[in-house]
Design a protein. Structure first.
Length: 280
């Protein structure tokens, strides 16, 4: 089982690998630039070279990315939508530069246009991004969401619809967030509830499309539609939900990362990883 955490790229993308190696991560997730900026500085040649060398020496694989939180491919504002599309194209180019295989992305928000219209806009936007990066093999892993506000992606059916509407479904994948799944109403705490949710996944999208998990407990209760991460076993999900995920043989080769609160010394990640490994 490949377990790790989201790591900061402060000081350079290579620094994320140093941080991950320091706490024995098998895999890490990174941002490709400042996640609250539309565009970032170009990577330095030395940090790209060191990134590749460290990835090999630390045996951290895969290293995958999360897109900027600014991006909304379902926006009804033409200027904002254009910025989002260009920002994602830039991130795919950055991922190519580093050899990152996929970028996790929240599907987007419909901003009052309604879910069917929002899903169509997301699919059209992704198609434009894929046309502009046709030589790239980088995939976009649509993340399950809690469904706050007008956010799309809180039902398996939403993700399936984007796959169906897209002209390039082979460039798409899925990232499952345990906190978001629970907040959206999927009760994965019991074996029965977990297997029901996974059968629904198989029926709508197919488990083979899942390329990564975010392992986060939830501060908020089942079906709250509120996205608030908590440390493993300290929230509403409890340990049983993570045991169900970690012991499912279908996911044994997939990277699974924490996105829980942390301080600079990463001791929270160390403890959360210890708890997760104890459930294997």
């Amino acid at each position: 089982m490949k377990l790790g955490a989201h790591m900061s790229i402060a000081g350079g993308v290579d620094q994320a690998l140093d941080r991950g190696a320091s706490i024995r991560c098998d895999t890490i997730q990174i941002f490709l630039k400042n996640n609250m900026q539309w565009r970032g500085r170009k990577f330095r040649a030395d940090e790209v070279k060191r990134f590749g060398a460290l990835r090999q020496s630390a045996r951290i694989a895969p290293v995958f990315a999360h897109s900027s939180y600014l991006i909304n491919l379902g926006s009804t504002n033409p200027l904002f939508l254009r910025r989002s599309i260009l920002a994602l194209i830039d991130e795919i180019n950055r991922a190519d530069c580093l050899g990152v295989p996929f970028i996790v992305m929240h599907p987007g928000s419909h901003m009052g246009a309604g879910e069917p219209a929002g899903l169509r806009t997301v699919a059209r936007s992704l198609d434009e991004v894929f046309r502009a990066t046709s030589s790239s093999k980088v995939r976009i892993a649509l993340e399950t969401t809690a469904g706050q506000g007008s956010n799309l992606g809180y039902r398996w059916e939403h993700l399936a619809e984007i796959f169906q509407l897209s002209d390039s479904p082979g460039r798409l994948a899925v990232c499952v967030d345990t906190c978001h799944l629970f907040a959206a109403g999927y009760d994965i705490r019991t074996a029965k509830g977990y297997h029901t949710a996974m059968r629904q996944l198989d029926r709508t999208i197919g488990g083979r499309q899942v390329v990564a998990f975010h392992l986060n407990d939830s501060k908020k209760p089942l079906g709250s539609r509120i996205d608030r991460h908590e440390h493993i076993g300290k929230g509403q999900l409890g340990l049983a939900a993570f045991r169900n995920v970690l012991r499912d043989p279908r996911w044994k080769e997939l990277p699974m990362v924490l996105e829980t609160p942390k301080s600079d010394d990463l001791h929270e990640d160390v403890e959360n990883l210890r708890v997760l490994r104890g459930l294997l």
